[in-house]
Ligand binder design. Structure first.
Ligand SMILES: NC(=O)C1=CN([C@@H]2O[C@H](COP(=O)(O)OP(=O)(O)OC[C@H]3O[C@@H](n4cnc5c(N)ncnc54)[C@H](OP(=O)(O)O)[C@@H]3O)[C@@H](O)[C@H]2O)C=CC1
Ligand SMILES: CC(C)(CO)C(=O)C(=O)O
Length: 345
């Protein structure tokens, strides 16, 4: 099958290499040094899914119409990247009779809550799905991607059970990596947003995700940010989707736990992540001198909290501090970060 990957960074590079290794014809889009490295040497994948050196077609925008496309940019780049590639992806209209759409099917591989809707808006004649990823992939050298945690990914759309098209595309992706068909995908996006509270504090401090969870003061701040996010979800009427042993019932219990007990949640996430150092995708953007996705993570919790009438001082503080580090290029010490977060309330 011809599969395109828009945005061959950490996850895009991982999926492109795995799909190529599974025998698919893969084309990726990339920019700058990453594009040059992939053209010259291919994508070098190492870590949890084994080693692969994938020779794939690479350009700034897609050169041909694929059968399936994975959108793997950060959330803030999604719309522009889709628009740039729309000519290769869009269809004319809804097909008669079958109820299907004739645009290229899109799988949005992205954190945050907005990705699938963005794809549906830009490509109204495409079937759009989301892929929630628990894999941790680190990309700090052009052309090289290292999977520090291998884990299944979760494919779905909407709030109901996984439909036939979801099962079909799950089958294709599963040739390359473990993928589970997800029911209540929208609720599962919220569950993943709770997991992504792991991203902000490493980006502020320059520590790995594992070091942040191991640090008592940072772990308390992290637990508070997760508790706020769950409370916002509940107040917004969300039914959390089950993902990686996190269920709606478990998160509702967590929302009312004292902090000393709630800390078990990030500790269990750290245990599942394993010991290979993971910077988290937000810190990796900072280390490459790029804008981060924080407005779609802790920032999304802050915005939803405003609508639902739930105070989110810790998420507001983390969002502001990540922006501060974006501007200054200097990480904060753990003590300084904790002091600043506590000052927010
Ligand atoms: N990395 C991880 O472990 C995980 C990441 N995620 C999520 O997956 C998504 C992707 O993350 P990640 O892979 O880390 O991101 P990266 O920043 O590593 O990769 C995104 C890539 O997209 C490229 N890109 C952006 N816009 C365009 C464009 N218009 N045309 C071509 N290329 C473009 C970027 O290029 P440039 O560098 O030039 O901007 C970059 O190489 C995010 O939402 C993230 O939160 C989820 C789970 C784990
Ligand atoms: C789960 C986690 C923290 C894995 O790295 C992630 O989603 C990210 O880095 O964006």
């Amino acid at each position: 099958m011809r599969i395109a990957v828009i945005g061959a960074g950490a996850l895009g590079g991982t999926f492109a290499a795995l799909l190529s290794r599974a025998g698919h014809e893969v084309e990726v889009t990339a920019r700058g040094a990453q594009l040059s490295a992939i053209r010259e040497r291919g994508i070098r994948l190492s870590g949890g899914f084994g080693v692969a050196n994938a020779r794939v077609a690479a350009s700034e925008t897609l050169s041909a119409r694929p059968d399936l496309v994975l959108l793997c940019t950060k959330a803030q780049d999604a719309e522009e990247a889709l628009v740039q590639n729309a000519a290769a992806l869009e269809g004319a209209a809804a097909l008669d009779g079958g109820g299907g759409l004739d645009g290229v099917p899109v799988i949005v591989v992205q954190n945050g809550l907005d990705g699938v809707q963005t794809a549906e808006r830009v490509l109204p004649n495409s079937e759009c799905f989301g892929l929630l990823v628990i894999i941790a992939a680190n990309y700090t050298t052009p052309g090289e991607v290292r999977v520090t945690t291998a884990a299944p990914s979760y494919l779905g759309r909407g709030t109901g059970p996984a439909d036939a098209e979801t099962l079909r595309w799950r089958g294709v992706l599963a040739e390359a990596a473990p993928v589970i068909a997800q029911s209540n995908f929208v609720g599962a996006q919220w569950t993943k947003l709770i997991v992504n509270m792991l991203n902000g504090l490493p980006a502020i401090t320059g520590l790995t995700v594992q070091e942040v969870v191991a640090h008592r003061g940072l772990r308390i701040a992290l637990t508070r940010s997760m508790r706020e996010a769950v409370q916002v979800g509940i107040a917004s009427g969300v039914r959390f989707g089950s993902l990686q042993r996190l269920s709606d019932a478990r998160l509702r219990l967590f929302a009312h736990m004292p902090l000393w007990l709630g800390q078990l949640l990030p500790l269990s996430m750290k245990r599942r992540m394993g010991n290979v150092p993971n910077l988290g995708s937000t810190q990796q953007s900072l280390r490459r001198g790029q804008r981060t996705e924080i407005d779609y993570l802790n920032g999304a919790v802050e915005r939803a909290g405003l609508v639902a009438g739930v105070a989110t001082p810790v998420n507001a503080a983390i969002t502001a501090l990540v922006h501060e580090v974006e501007q200054s290029g200097e990480f904060l010490s753990a003590a300084h970060a904790i002091g600043r977060i506590n000052a927010f309330g």
